[in-house]
Write a protein that binds this ligand. Structure first.
Ligand SMILES: *[C@@H]1O[C@H](CO)[C@@H](O)[C@H](O)[C@H]1NC(C)=O
Ligand SMILES: *[C@@H]1O[C@H](CO)[C@@H](O)[C@H](O)[C@H]1NC(C)=O
Ligand SMILES: *[C@@H]1O[C@H](CO)[C@@H](O)[C@H](O)[C@H]1NC(C)=O
Ligand SMILES: *[C@@H]1O[C@H](CO)[C@@H](O)[C@H](O)[C@H]1NC(C)=O
Ligand SMILES: *[C@@H]1O[C@H](CO)[C@@H](O)[C@H](O)[C@H]1NC(C)=O
Length: 233
């Protein structure tokens, strides 16, 4: 079913994997540090948050790396506290108007994974749960073991499987895909590559790996997270 188009050396994956665990510990210590500094005691008002949309395709390698590495930092550094993060798969998919079937940039496997991720995004509205699932899917996709998504991604989070399987198997993920494709078609300018990161309606273009900088700059609230206070690269 899923044949991963993503090939990364095992060594690189090991580094990624280890750094995921390392940064888990670091995140907690930096989290408590900012509380000590009094920076994050009050959550910012929702309307002050910076809107960040990430348009991507599930089997695009640069997208997977962005999700696994750069978006991980958003959660570890608590930058997420000032963001409304919206993940939008199907960025480069298109609908054949003759028979209304969807084609994906990286083939049918990608359409399948996009559907899976659409179900995750629509069944669970908490961004940290959405992220954990999609991060897990992308991680497996890179390793070429996406078939293990049930036991590796769904089970550990303790999420109700029935609902998810229902969404996926009934084709709701694909239906959602049509909605996403329609939204993407209305973007101006339209994405010229992926991941396409938009911060408060402004695409950051090729500088997407550095998007935290744009988020900090756009933020107008008072609960500035520590990560925005340290010098950004
Ligand atoms: C983070 O640290 C706090 C206090 O040091 C602890 O209570 C909490 O369980 C830790 N959270 C995680 C996710 O490790
Ligand atoms: C769209 O689907 C029709 C009918 O299956 C097919 O003949 C046509 O080549 C497709 N168009 C594209 C652009 O894939
Ligand atoms: C639509 O056309 C595509 C491309 O020609 C084909 O692969 C697909 O099976 C068709 N889908 C449906 C629902 O007929
Ligand atoms: C799937 O779509 C159908 C029809 O639109 C809807 O009734 C059902 O609740 C959806 N299921 C899930 C799990 O989203
Ligand atoms: C962020 O998105 C919300 C909801 O879509 C919207 O109401 C708000 O105006 C947006 N904020 C900015 C700064 O664009």
């Amino acid at each position: 079913m899923f044949l991963s188009k993503l090939v990364i050396t095992n060594a690189l994956m090991l580094i990624l994997f280890l750094s995921m665990y390392e940064s888990k510990g670091a995140s907690n210590s930096s989290g408590s540090l900012s509380v000590v500094n009094g920076a994050n005691i009050n959550p910012p008002l929702a309307h002050q948050k910076v809107n960040v949309s990430v348009y991507y395709d599930s089997l695009c390698q640069s997208c997977a790396q962005f999700i696994i590495r750069d978006l991980k930092n958003v959660f570890d550094s608590n930058l997420i506290s000032i963001m409304n993060l919206r993940l939008v798969p199907w960025a480069k998919a298109y609908i054949n108007k003759t028979n209304s079937s969807i084609s994906c940039q990286n083939g049918p496997d990608e359409c399948e994974l996009n559907s899976l991720e659409s179900c995750a995004l629509n069944l669970w509205h908490k961004v940290d749960i959405q992220y954990e699932l999609i991060n897990c899917f992308e991680f497996l996709a890179i390793k070429g073991t996406i078939k293990k998504w049930k036991e590796y991604c769904l089970d550990p989070l303790g999420l109700p499987k029935e609902l998810f399987l229902n969404c996926f198997n009934m084709g709701n993920g694909t239906q959602l895909g049509k909605t996403y494709i329609d939204q993407i078609a209305h973007l101006s300018p339209s994405p010229s590559f992926v991941p396409w990161v938009v911060v408060n309606n402004q695409p950051v273009g090729k500088d997407y790996a550095n998007f935290a900088h744009y988020v900090c700059k756009a933020y107008r609230g008072v609960a500035v997270p520590q990560v925005c206070k340290s010098p950004l690269k």
